[in-house]
Write a protein that binds this ligand. Structure first.
Ligand code: GTP
Ligand code: MG
Length: 215
């Protein structure tokens, strides 16, 4: 049996549940630069993690249907704070700085990478990490490092393949399979993956419903 299958097509009821949650108000709450600045753990929290430029901010904009809620950019390292967005009066969506690469002074990079690590491993209300993997590249060594970190901290992560509009079918299939194989080694991996394109709005409904189903 194939492990880590792609999440199945939604029933109409599932879709409605996702749409209902995401029809509620979304607002930017704050950008956190220090672990002491984190807001209270009183909402269902999910975050978006991944290498610089993988498409974290774009995905938040896609699921909320707000073009420029989260700042996205061609320059890797654009997001340098932990950005909290409130969704309805129940959820937090959290946009993280990317790891692995950045156009920024080394000391600054070290500072926000430590913040990222502390957040990912020590946040009580964090229900799930969406770990974004570029569908052209598959899982890289640095992604493996983050998965190991999450295994150790027993924080569930679900892989979201991004930018599926970019590779051709064969390349896409290959990188999905490579990713599924990599997940086999990680006890903290959620047993389904998601495949998305923010540019083409593919897989966005499924991601919304996935979030709506987390309690
Ligand atoms: P950092 O904050 O720097 O870590 O980057 P990020 O992961 O938030 O990536 P961001 O959303 O800023 O997107 C990076 C680049 O990829 C931008 O130029 C986006 O327009 C582009 N991009 C994001 N999602 C997609 C997608 O689904 N398809 C395509 N073709 N491009 C995308
Ligand atoms: Mg970003």
């Amino acid at each position: 049996m194939l492990k880590f299958p792609i999440a199945q097509n939604l029933t109409e009821l599932d879709r409605q549940k996702g749409n209902l949650l995401f029809s509620k108000e979304v607002t930017f709450l704050k950008g956190v630069v220090d672990i002491l600045g984190l807001p209270n753990c009183n909402r269902i929290e999910v975050c978006f993690a991944g290498r610089s430029n993988v498409g974290k901010s774009s995905l938040i904009n896609a699921i909320t249907l707000k073009k420029s809620l989260a700042r996205s950019s061609n320059t890797p390292g654009r997001t340098q704070e932990i950005n909290f967005f409130t969704l309805a009066n129940t959820n937090y969506l959290v946009d993280l700085p990317g790891y692995g690469y950045a156009y920024a002074p080394i000391r600054e990079v070290e500072k926000w990478q430590k913040l990222l690590k502390d957040y990912l491993t020590g946040r009580a209300s964090l229900r799930r990490v969406f770990l974004l993997i570029d569908s052209r590249h598959g899982v890289k060594e640095i992604d493996e490092d983050v998965m190991l970190l999450l295994d150790k901290a027993a924080v569930t992560f679900q892989v979201v393949m991004t930018k599926i509009d970019k590779p051709n079918k064969k390349e896409l299939q290959k990188s999905i399979e490579k990713t599924q194989r990599a997940l086999g080694k990680h006890p903290a991996a959620f047993p389904e993956i998601l495949v998305t394109s923010s540019a083409k709005m593919e897989g966005i409904d499924t991601l919304r419903t996935t979030i709506a189903n987390i309690e």
